[in-house]
Write a protein that binds this ligand. Structure first.
Ligand code: HEM
Length: 417
């Protein structure tokens, strides 16, 4: 059978894409082999298990991300359902530009400069202190997730929300964000799958309402000042206006630096000599983290665009409204861009990666995330220079569209065993 698209047209690039029809959502949780075949055969192809066209090559991802004439970020049903409107990832034009300025300012390179030593490092040191008496740790739960959520939340002024609550928030929003399965009529196959995310949305709304009443002159009243401020454009915040985008940040933003840390750590363990070199020379960490982001993109296949009109793109007929997922995790393994792309290699020639996307919807956390990761690994390697994966509990990065190790069991000081 010839590969067919959502609108019934034939995919033009490949004579036989019948295997794509057989791909299951479970197989997509380990997407590497699937996207490698697609990159070779049909870098823009309808994949039923993803309920979307997948863009898997560097060139197609790059072009679509930078093509506002033909593609937009509107009307993705599961985004609308979880976040509501106007979420930054589902907006375009003036509203999008305004949300970007407002949400981007607290996490800009300039804004976070002073937080690196004053907030991030003490957070890292406090978490490391708790690990000191332990022989082993599960790094995701014990260190990478807590430091990730704490640092991002603090930069938005959520100082009083306990770290475990922040982790619960993003895990619960996630249950809604991955509940994408639909019936043939387009309705959601599992409506109850949104309940936990809905409850969390209301909990976050109540929290923002409470904090908006803080005294704006109090030093820690970032949230109140932020919610009550009038922006340069004369637009005043309302909680309904900011909540959808805040959910995007509280979900992806809180989670993804943790995944970036997990993926970087795993990458380093595939190349023990590079791990040793990085532990001995921490100035290598920015390279190690950038390579970790390239090697396994934490938002592997998540970002979506929809076609603004009927068009034929890279030989594939698309109908207005067809959804394309930009599989940046695959683009980062495109052999036309990277030599031996499947290898984790901190010595590879310098080359930008697409883990933060690009274009007008590129990630707002691209400045803060590598800094969180750098400080976290500096403190980890300084405290435990002989850290090693627990050989009895192998770790693996999985997930679609988010990708990272669910658990990362380590022996903290291998020399003592
Ligand atoms: C290593 C960590 C992270 C990775 C890999 C990551 C990755 C991404 C990617 C791939 C996109 C979509 C780009 C596109 O559509 O082309 C994105 C969007 C976004 N990210 Fe991140 N992210 C990370 C951390 C963060 C953090 C810490 C924040 C918040 C402070 C954040 C906030 C956002 C927002 C608000 C958007 C939507 C931007 C828009 O639609 O205009 N991200 N991120």
């Amino acid at each position: 059978m010839i590969g067919t698209t959502a609108n019934g047209a034939q995919a033009l690039q490949d004579p036989d894409l019948s295997w794509v029809e057989q791909v299951t959502p479970e197989q997509l949780m380990h997407p590497q082999e699937i996207v490698a075949r697609l990159r070779e055969q049909a870098p823009l192809a309808w994949v039923p298990a993803a309920a979307a066209y997948l863009a898997t090559s560097w060139a197609v991802c790059h072009e679509i991300a930078n093509d506002p004439e033909n593609f937009e970020s509107l009307a993705i049903p599961w985004h609308e359902r979880v976040y509501r409107h106007p979420a930054i990832i589902n907006s375009e034009g003036e509203v999008h530009a305004h949300l970007r300025r407002a949400l981007g300012t607290p996490v800009s390179a300039r804004a976070i400069r002073s937080q690196i030593e004053s907030r991030m490092r003490p957070t890292a040191k406090a978490l490391i202190q708790k690990l000191r008496d332990q022989e082993r740790a599960e790094l995701m739960a014990d260190y990478f997730e807590p430091i990730s959520v704490r640092c991002v939340a603090d930069s938005y002024g959520f100082f009083d929300v306990p770290t475990d609550t922040l982790r619960r928030w993003f895990h619960s929003i996630k249950t809604g964000a991955i509940n994408t399965a639909t019936n043939e009529d387009g309705s959601f196959a599992n409506p109850a799958g949104f309940d936990a995310a809905d409850q969390t949305r209301e909990e976050i709304r109540s929290y923002l309402e409470l904090r908006s009443k803080d005294d704006p002159d109090e030093p820690d009243s970032v949230v109140a000042r932020w919610l009550n401020a009038e922006t340069a454009d004369g637009v005043r915040w309302s909680i309904d206006y900011i909540l959808p985008s805040m959910l995007v940040v509280l979900f992806g933003g809180l989670q993804e630096p943790g995944h970036a840390l997990g993926n970087t750590f795993l990458g380093l363990t595939t190349a023990p000599e590079q791990l040793q070199r990085t532990i001995a020379d921490r100035t290598l960490l920015p390279r190690a983290i950038a390579e970790g982001l390239r090697w396994t993109a934490p938002l592997y296949g998540g970002p979506t665009r929809s076609a603004k009109r009927d068009l034929v793109y890279h030989g594939v007929p698309l109908k207005k409204g067809d959804v394309v997922r930009l599989v940046y995790g695959s683009a980062n393994h495109d052999s036309t861009e990277f030599e031996h792309p499947d290898r984790y290699d901190i010595d590879r020639a310098s080359h930008a990666h697409l883990a933060f996307g690009e274009g007008r919807h590129s990630c707002l956390g691209s400045a803060i995330s590598p800094q969180i990761a750098r400080v976290a690994l500096e403190e980890l390697f300084s405290a435990f220079p002989h850290i090693a994966l627990d050989p009895h509990k192998p770790a693996v990065s999985t997930g679609w569209p988010f990708h990272g190790p669910a658990q990362l069991h380590v022996i903290l000081d291998e020399t003592n065993r």
